[in-house]
Design a protein around this ligand. Sequence first.
Ligand code: 13P
Ligand code: SF4
Length: 301
Amino acid sequence: MQNMLEEIRELRRRKNAVILAHNYQPTEIIELADYMGDSLQLALKATEISADILVFCGVRFMAETAAILNPATKVLLPAQDAGCPMADMITAEDLISYKQEHPDTVVVCYVNSSVEVKAESDICCTSANAVQVLASIPKDKEILFVPDRNLGSWAAKQLGRTVHTWQGFCPIHQHAFDVTQVEEMRSRYPDHLLFAHPECDASITDLADEVMSTGGMLKRAAEVDKMIIATEKGLPDYLKKIYPQKSIVHLSPKAVCKDMKKITISHILNALRHEQHEVKVDADIAARAINSLNRMLELSR
Ligand code: 13P
Ligand code: SF4
């Protein structure tokens, strides 16, 4: 392992590469990365990087977003098949036919989506800025939120607004947590705050003390000593490592995203050695998708 880490550091320096890691990556990958973050933080970081190679440790939609936002840099996804099942719950064809039936609807697209779906959308959002993005749309407009019904409904509720939601969801956040676990953990840890990701079902976010992105959780974890976390395992694992003195409880050990765990240290080494697997986005589609991404980034800078 030590030899692999040394070779990665050497290749990173020699090839002028930068490694980005999403907050759900295994702790050893986060520790190796130059930057860690949630989807929004990593997208913003991708726009600022002037490297020859960007190794994206996350899932495909995140690496595609980085490739669109920074076309001068070669973006590598170390495990080619790291996808997002929620992103696959809507296709561009689905969205085109919805828009034909509802031509005046504004389409808000969670970044957990394909580049083709982003190209058919008006504005993107992440879990960190979904409320802000919805608030930027005139009140008299109909909104379709794709693909995550949970994030869309939660964000709309914060504004007292109605939105139509596509019936997509994250299988991990939808199915790993239930109300019984919340009740059990609340009685075992009555002085802990419950932080939930907005991809969770409303039955969970309704019971949470605070609902936020993974970046928001990292920030709050620096401020409080006792917390229950309702999101993917990578984040509480990392928090436990950096705050051994704090009480950090994962709401359910079942909340593991297989796709987020596909990248290993050896994949990163091979990515840098062979400059694989380059994420290429069709230029015409990228030119349309960047509009919805830029509209989001303008609100978030
Ligand atoms: P964040 O943007 O909050 O990191 O969420 C990304 C994600 O895929 C959650 O499942
Ligand atoms: Fe997609 Fe859910 Fe995995 Fe996030 S945790 S990448 S939404 S499947």
